[in-house]
Design a protein around this ligand. Structure first.
Ligand code: NAP
Length: 241
């Protein structure tokens, strides 16, 4: 399986969940000092699975093309693609710069386009494949200061449903997971007041763990989700129903 943003947070939890089943894992990250990636690789190697990490900016169309060619040369096919990498560039619209808008859309939405387009060639040939895109509850309900992020995550849902229709006849399923408020570096950065406001709106009364999202991602790649495509699965403690 190939997963973007596998070095930390939800992506790392997904790597570990797939590792439990003995999957061969290639994950992508973007941090030049590679500390988190090395840590994740270490845990995967300890678990005895074949894993590779690659530093790659998923917003670059040509770099993503080249990366998937390498993956195919080495592994011959891609069974599962998890489009997980994402960033926030928060600001109120009144103050949002063009660069903040472009960055969020480039990584979160164009990155999904780049990776999916490059991965489906081998899936179509094999007539099987699973694509799981990580959206967000914010793509459904919006959030103050996140118009760029919300637009990118809502875009992922439209993309998922369209590509699911295009590829359903080829044995490939395409689904999205929309996490709510999950305990990772991305949410650690939020001001306490924002965290408290979110928490107050979660019927289950707690923040989610990355492992709880990873379980759903794994299930979507498993035989249990054979007849499921174009869906958005909400993992949010009831924050959005
Ligand atoms: P995180 O801890 O910040 O991890 C993000 C991952 O994406 C890192 O591995 C990062 O790699 C990678 N990444 C960022 N930009 C990249 C790029 N241009 N190219 C390749 N990799 C890149 O985030 P997270 O909280 O686990 O979030 C994972 C996904 O879930 C994101 O799509 C996020 O929007 C979504 N989500 C999260 C929450 C939440 O509450 N945490 C809620 C809803 C949705 P480096 O660190 O090496 O750059």
């Amino acid at each position: 399986m190939v997963i973007t943003g596998g070095s930390k947070g939800i992506g790392r939890a997904c790597c570990l969940r797939f590792a439990k089943e003995g999957a061969r894992i290639v994950f992508v990250h973007c941090d030049p000092d590679e500390i988190a990636a090395h840590e994740t690789l270490g845990v995967l190697e300890k678990a005895g699975v074949e894993a590779k990490a690659r530093k790659l900016d998923i917003s670059s169309f040509s770099a993503v093309e080249e990366f998937f060619q390498e993956v195919l040369r080495e592994f011959h096919r891609v069974d599962v693609l998890v489009n997980n990498a994402g960033i926030t560039r928060d600001a109120l619209l009144m103050r949002m710069s063009e660069d903040q808008w472009d960055q969020a859309l480039l990584v979160n939405l164009k990155g999904v386009f780049n990776c999916t387009k490059a991965a489906i060639r081998s899936m179509v040939k094999e007539r099987r494949g699973r694509i799981i895109n990580i959206s967000s509850v914010v793509g459904q309900i919006g959030n103050i200061g996140q118009s760029n992020y919300a637009a990118s995550k809502a875009g992922i849902i439209g993309f998922t449903k369209s590509v699911a229709r295009e590829l359903a006849g080829r044995g490939i399923t395409v689904n999205a997971v929309a996490p709510g408020f999950i305990n990772t570096e991305m949410t650690e950065r939020l001001p306490e007041k924002v965290k408290e406001t979110f928490l107050a709106q979660i019927p289950m009364g707690r923040i989610g763990d990355p492992e709880e999202v990873a379980e759903t991602v794994y299930w979507l790649a498993s035989i249990g989700a054979n007849y499921l495509t174009g869906q958005v699965i909400h993992v949010n403690g009831g924050l959005y129903m």
